[in-house]
Design a protein around this ligand. Structure first.
Ligand code: UD1
Length: 426
């Protein structure tokens, strides 16, 4: 298995190009199920999760052609040949559950594996299921599969989510776009990735109001057409590089991203003594003090602080002056990076869903292990400022969500390399 070896202590300076957002690309790809015409997506990042979802879509009969140079993905579901998403696909990637709504909406039937255990808590799919029931689907759970049927089509209805869920909002928005009549989603998620999906659905002919608010109204259509759409910038990738710049010092400009999707960084960065300023689609990050200062954050649904940047902010706090508190309210078990950061000398105490981080003057390089996507990148960030060498193993987690991480960091002055097991043995 591959590892990344980092030699800490380099300041980062220069420009980093931000990729298209993984979490926007995945639901947009699933939207291809809703039409028999081609859906062309631009700025699709070359990531393991994208490849895995392509495989699942192909299994369903949607052809997928990816041009890695142009980052253009053409999906075409002229005919859906299977309505089953098997466990082997869903297990690899939870977002596969998103095919449930679109399949029932177009085909009147779907069989989708339950996602099963997940490293960051139980992560149920009850909101997806309850929502589809409200649209008239009959649902059975059998042998680890969700069986959904709506032979006469889905019918629009009011759906109130008891908890804010990104995936459930996306699933139901897509299903409702092909349902008869009007659906009103309340307590809906407001993430920019949902707005992006909604805007693509509108180009496909859907009628949707209230995107970006917690009340989304969808007037269903009998038919949706193909279109071409560009994926928004990855705000989590941008946030990760912003933290890298803040931790290492130097001045880094993130190219082609949206400051309005990064507002939650302004306050903690200000407290930490880091400037984050935008000009057009550039966001420049520069540390203004020798040493960062402590800050507190609590994860919340958008526009609150994203759980997908929690581990990175914890890395930042490990070297700050003073202490900081991180409270995770979205997922359970999302502090798996804590013992690994502790191996590098971090001082962190976890009490339930909160972690108190007392900054240390220096982290020390160590062999550490990635446990999930965002946890693994927090270890890379720690390695960038640690004394000596850090090697991060199990980096397949990183390949799921960061496009060319090593290349992008190297370009701004970091010292890190990807090693195959054989090279390491040599
Ligand atoms: C998406 C993102 C993920 C991010 C998360 C929260 C994608 C592909 N993934 O995941 O990177 O960390 O949003 O911002 O976009 N829940 C239920 N029942 C459900 C569904 C969710 O209880 O039916 C709970 C979850 O366990 C969790 C919370 O709701 O505690 C939020 O989860 P959700 O927003 O659904 O996350 P995902 O869409 O899976």
């Amino acid at each position: 298995m591959d590892k990344i070896r980092i030699t800490g202590g380099q300041q980062l300076n220069g420009d980093i190009e931000i990729s298209g957002a993984k979490n926007a690309a995945l639901p947009l790809m699933v939207a291809a199920i809703l039409t028999d015409q081609p859906l062309v997506l631009n700025r699709v990042p070359e990531l393991q999760d994208v490849l895995s979802l392509n495989e699942l879509l192909e299994e369903l009969g949607v052809s997928a052609k990816y041009d890695g140079v142009a980052k253009k993905l053409t999906l075409h579901g002229a005919k859906i040949t299977s309505t089953e998403a098997p466990y082997e696909f869903v297990r690899k990637m939870r977002a596969s559950i998103l095919v449930l709504g679109p399949l029932v909406a177009r085909m009147g039937v779907a069989k989708v594996s339950l996602p099963g255990g997940c490293a960051i808590g139980t992560r149920p799919v009850d909101l997806h299921i309850e929502g589809l029931k409200r649209l008239g689907a009959e649902i059975e759970l059998n042998e680890g599969y969700i069986l959904a049927k709506a032979p006469n089509g889905l019918v629009g209805a009011p759906i109130h989510f008891t908890k804010v869920s990104v995936g459930a909002t996306e699933n139901l928005m897509m299903a409702a776009a092909l349902a008869k009549g009007t659906t009103v989603l309340t307590n809906a998620a407001r993430e920019p990735e949902i707005v992006d999906l909604g805007e693509c659905l509108i180009k496909m002919g859907a009628e949707i109001e209230g995107l970006g608010t917690d009340r989304i109204t969808i007037h269903g259509k009998q038919y949706l057409r193909g279109t071409e759409h560009s994926v928004i910038a990855d705000r989590i990738e941008a946030g990760t590089f912003a933290v890298a710049a803040a931790m290492t010092g130097g001045k880094v400009t993130l190219k082609h991203c949206e400051m309005q999707h990064l507002e939650y960084l302004t306050q903690p960065f200000h407290k930490a003594g880091v400037d984050i300023l935008s000009s057009g689609t550039d966001v420049t990050v520069e540390r203004k003090r020798d040493r960062l200062r402590g800050f507190d954050i609590m994860t919340e649904p958008y526009p609150g602080f994203p759980t997908d940047l929690q581990a990175q902010m914890m890395s930042m706090l490990t070297i700050a002056e003073g202490a900081g508190m991180i409270t995770e309210t979205i997922f359970e078990n999302r502090f798996m990076h804590v013992p690994e950061l502790a191996r590098m000398g971090a001082d962190i105490t976890v009490h339930g869903s909160s972690a108190l981080v007392r900054g240390v003057a220096k982290l020390k390089g160590a062999p550490v292990m990635a446990t999930d996507l965002r946890a693994s990148v927090s270890l890379i960030l720690a390695g960038l400022v640690a004394e000596g060498q850090t090697s991060v193993s199990r980096i397949y987690h990183l390949d799921r969500g960061y496009e060319d991480l090593v290349g992008k960091l190297t370009k701004v002055g970091a010292k890190l390399e990807r090693m195959h097991d054989k090279e390491e043995a040599a």
